[in-house]
Design a protein around this ligand. Structure first.
Ligand code: G4P
Length: 530
């Protein structure tokens, strides 16, 4: 075993997901209270501190008061080195969130106790399920009036299709929030909002067997209700099963209040017991073991203009195996080159910390002179393999791009190609032409604005976007199909992606069905791969 196995085994890398306003930022801030934050990459976007990463297009973010950036935080707690991947809150940037999830080994889902499962959570959740990573649920805002606890669990099971296993159970909510009952130890941990903003530790633990003491603390009515609910719960909920949790089939559920700092450390302690060390990842040569294998990583996010003064692009990589050593050369598999990663760093909000080493489980940002694409693999020069690509999600809005000044053709092609490499947009061409006709597809319409803004500000190219009526895109899976003979509906459009793969655009699902009916053997897929 390598001499840095301990470093890898103490790493825990998770993504934190939620519908906007459920309390993701607040919870993250509280996590940091417990650990010595060793690296704050990006910033915790507390509204009070409102520190934003500086970038051109984030002007849009500021103007509209939304967050579109993601960040990475690293902190130490209880002998573990924890990496939190924060995800952008705005739904129009959900594709970035999907990719961030690909870089995590588990996900923490924050749910607002008065709202239950919301639209954004549902979408993100699907990606976690696809990857079979463990999902931990933190039901937040118990200090406010909450939905019935059984209903909340029911909601998760029905909406998300995952069994739930409450690790603790709330006693009351809102003004009557008394704390939680911990099922494993059969103790009540009492709540007091005077601890707001401080570390926990002075919460009282009372075993439920000590009836009098408990009654005195939480009151008779709360106690009676708790006893009834415990009984119901033990009969109704799925049993605790670590194997199922780690396979992503069962979600452990915790209750608390991030704002008043209750239940956060309890969550953290249980979470660390249940979550896994960095997972092995699938590559074209088989599974790559994080400890046994030498350094390897894949690119999951590219962000332009992290810093206006630098006008640069940063490629974010998840280290999947081994130790990264800045002095060693590495192979960029898709680029076919051996190189030294330039300025490997942990990205801060206003500053960057240059790293000399990092380990499997960590995320590093490297300077990207325009060579990396999402999904690319980096490994040691003696090797050559590729990690499984990251699925691209089907854009739902399409527009034809018209360039206003045809003299600036070169800048235009460069700009739009680079922005597409970053994964903010997808670009397509008419089936029988070249780059002169460009169709752009986005997951959220805000990305059209970002595209226009960035082309103007960074590449000095003015464009006009002409909306197209298509809403559905399908990749053609069976390459042997003769596209000229393909018979679709009158509203179907044939296009190709930059790699020349054929695709079809449809206005409505009905046309997809008709086209499948009319062309025997045609196989269409909703996902492309980077
Ligand atoms: P997000 O990152 O998921 O979008 O949510 P964020 O943490 O920014 O929280 C959204 C709002 O919910 C904030 O209030 C925050 O203070 C509040 N909040 C978070 N956790 C709790 C909780 O456990 N209990 C209660 N009662 N509120 C909580 P805001 O008014 O939008 O912002 P602020 O002015 O308080 O910063």
């Amino acid at each position: 075993m390598s001499n840095y196995a301990d470093e890898i085994n103490k790493r825990r890398t998770f993504a934190i997901i939620s519908h906007p306003d459920a309390g993701k930022t607040t919870l993250t801030e509280k996590f940091l209270l417990y650990g010595g934050a060793i690296n704050l990459a990006g910033s915790v976007k507390g509204k009070a501190t409102a520190r934003h990463a500086v970038s051109d297009w984030m002007e849009i973010e500021k103007e509209r008061g939304i967050s579109v950036t993601s960040s990475v935080l690293q902190f130490e707690y209880g002998g573990f080195c924890i990496n939190i991947l924060d995800t952008p809150g705005h739904q129009d940037f959900s594709e970035d969130t999907y990719r961030t999830l690909m870089a995590a080994d588990s996900a923490v889902m924050v749910i607002d106790a008065s709202k239950g499962v919301e639209a954004q959570t549902r979408k993100l959740f699907k990606v976690c399920v696809m990857r079979h990573i463990p999902i931990f649920t933190f039901i937040n805002k118990m200090d406010r009036d909450a939905n019935d606890t059984f209903e909340l669990l029911d909601d998760i099971e029905k909406e998300l299709g995952i069994a739930t296993c409450p690790i603790n159970w709330p006693i009351g909510s809102g003004k009557n929030f008394q704390g939680v009952y911990e099922r494993e130890t059969k103790c009540v941990i009492t709540y007091s909002d005077t601890e707001k903003g401080t570390k926990e530790g002075h919460a009282t633990r009372i075993p439920v067997s000590e009836e009098e003491a408990l009654k005195a603390q939480i009151g008779e009515a709360n106690m009676a209700q708790l006893m009834e609910e415990i009984e119901l719960l033990d009969g109704a909920s799925a049993p605790y099963d670590l194997g199922q949790i780690q396979a992503g089939d069962l979600t452990p559920v915790f209750f608390g209040s991030a704002l008043t700092n209750f239940g956060v450390e309890i969550f953290l302690q249980h979470f660390l017991k249940m979550t896994t060390t960095p997972l092995a990842r699938k590559a074209d040569i088989g599974l790559i073991d994080p400890v046994e294998h030498d350094f390897s990583a894949f690119v999951f996010k590219i962000q332009a203009n992290m810093n206006k003064a630098h006008r640069d692009r940063i490629a974010f990589m998840r280290i999947c195996s081994g130790k990264f050593d800045v002095t060693e050369e590495v192979r960029h598999v898709q680029g076919g080159k051996v190189l030294r990663l330039s300025q490997p760093q942990q990205i801060m909000a206003d500053e960057r910390k240059i790293l000399s080493e990092a380990y499997a489980g960590d995320i590093i940002g490297v300077f990207d002179p325009g060579i990396f694409s999402i999904g690319d693999t980096i490994c040691m020069p003696k090797e050559e393999f590729a990690y499984e690509g990251i699925p691209t999600f089907a854009p739902e809005h399409f527009a034809r791009v018209r360039q206003m000044d045809t003299m600036k053709r070169k800048q235009f092609v460069k700009g739009i190609t680079q922005i597409a490499q970053e994964g903010a947009i997808q670009i397509f061409q008419e089936f029988n032409t070249g780059m002169e006709e460009i169709i752009v597809g986005v997951v959220g319409v805000l990305q059209f604005d970002v595209l226009k803004y960035r082309l103007e500000n960074e590449y000095n190219v003015e464009i006009k976007l002409e909306n197209l009526p298509y809403e559905h895109i399908r990749w053609i899976e069976n390459k042997e199909i003769d596209l000229d003979k393909l018979t679709g509906t009158s509203d179907m459009k044939k296009i190709k992606d930059l790699k020349g793969n054929p695709l079809l655009l449809f206005v409505n699902p009905w046309s997809i069905g008709m086209t499948l009916d009319r062309n025997e053997g045609l196989v269409l897929s909703e996902f492309g791969r980077n």
